[in-house]
Design a protein around this ligand. Structure first.
Ligand code: UDP
Ligand code: MN
Length: 286
């Protein structure tokens, strides 16, 4: 159902990981493509504000600020930019996610520097209480539609749902079922069997986080650390997949590496593409 409090809040929060960007021309170019396409299709009401959050180090922030001046030039909507220092966030995160890290890592270690990979699962502790929803997106995206429409997906959440995430479009979980390979998606891993009979894993390139629901959910807050779970890789309660076109992944690496036979079962995504995700350095069409 519609959440009336969020209807009156004119802020639309989007968060991107933005570290070591100064060291990678490739990431800079991806960022440019993502932002220009977001700006091109972005359309908001007069009183609304798109708030762009970046989790960043000092050098990336300086570069990001310069690049944003250029890529946001043609924005027809109000926006705010907030940089979060990755060191500060890691410092806040580590005590919260340490037990979870241990639970999901192959060894017994919980590395301080890895805590940031768990940002999304603990985002409700990190962001101010006033922030009720946030969308986390990768930099290697190309928007084909208004990012404001992405927020409408929150309204399709079943009661109690905390997380919106799209399915993985490669048979990757047949191989990468080890949490240290992909900390975050292992939390929502259910099975590596191909659709439609089985659920693949999830891809974290576009995620809807209902922070208010995350704070309120007793079940969600019983994830490892709060209470040990018997079943490794148990699902996050009430995670909800939505149309695959909101995170149309383009990586085909596994087609050429032993999974050609089942690849199409995973890769197919019918219906309109709203966001292309050029994962594993795959270029965008067009
Ligand atoms: N990222 C970053 N710095 C890096 C590498 C990655 O900030 O050096 C962030 C960036 O937001 C990126 C995300 O982490 O989009 C995930 O990485 P990537 O998209 O390259 O992974 P893939 O989608 O190919 O698995
Ligand atoms: Mn990506």
């Amino acid at each position: 159902g519609e959440d009336t409090s969020s209807l009156s809040d004119p802020h639309f929060h989007v968060l991107m990981m933005f570290t070591k960007i100064d060291k990678s021309r490739s990431l800079q170019e991806k960022f440019r493509v993502a932002m220009l396409s977001m700006v091109k299709h972005g359309d908001f009401l007069e009183e609304e504000v798109l708030v762009l959050h970046f989790v960043s180090d000092q050098a990336s922030q300086e570069l990001g600020q310069r690049m944003l001046q250029e890529v946001l030039l043609d924005a027809t909507f109000q926006y705010e930019v907030v940089f979060h220092d990755v060191v500060d966030l890691t410092h806040k995160l580590f005590p919260i996610v340490e037990a979870m890290q241990k639970h999901f890592s192959a060894g017994s270690g919980a590395y301080y520097s890895d805590a940031i990979f768990f940002l999304s699962v603990a985002m409700h502790h990190i962001m101010p209480q006033s922030l009720s929803r946030i969308v986390q997106v990768d930099l290697d995206l190309k928007y084909r539609t208004n990012i404001r429409d992405l927020f409408k997906q929150f309204d399709h959440f079943p009661p109690g749902a905390v997380l919106g995430i799209t399915r993985e479009m490669q048979p990757v979980y047949r191989y990468a079922q080890f949490p240290h390979v992909n900390h975050l998606t292992s939390l929502v891993l259910m099975s590596g069997e191909p659709p439609p009979d089985g659920l693949p894993g999830f891809n974290s390139g576009v995620m809807l986080l209902d922070l208010k629901a995350m704070r309120a959910s007793a079940l969600y807050n019983q994830l490892p650390g709060a209470r040990e779970r018997g079943q490794a890789g148990g699902p996050v309660p009430s995670s909800t997949p939505w149309a695959c076109g909101w995170n149309r992944q383009l990586c085909t690496w596994w087609r050429e590496h032993g999974y050609g036979d089942v690849f199409q079962l995973y890769y197919r995504c019918d219906g309109p593409v709203y966001i292309f995700h050029g994962n594993c350095n795959t270029g965008h069409p067009g």
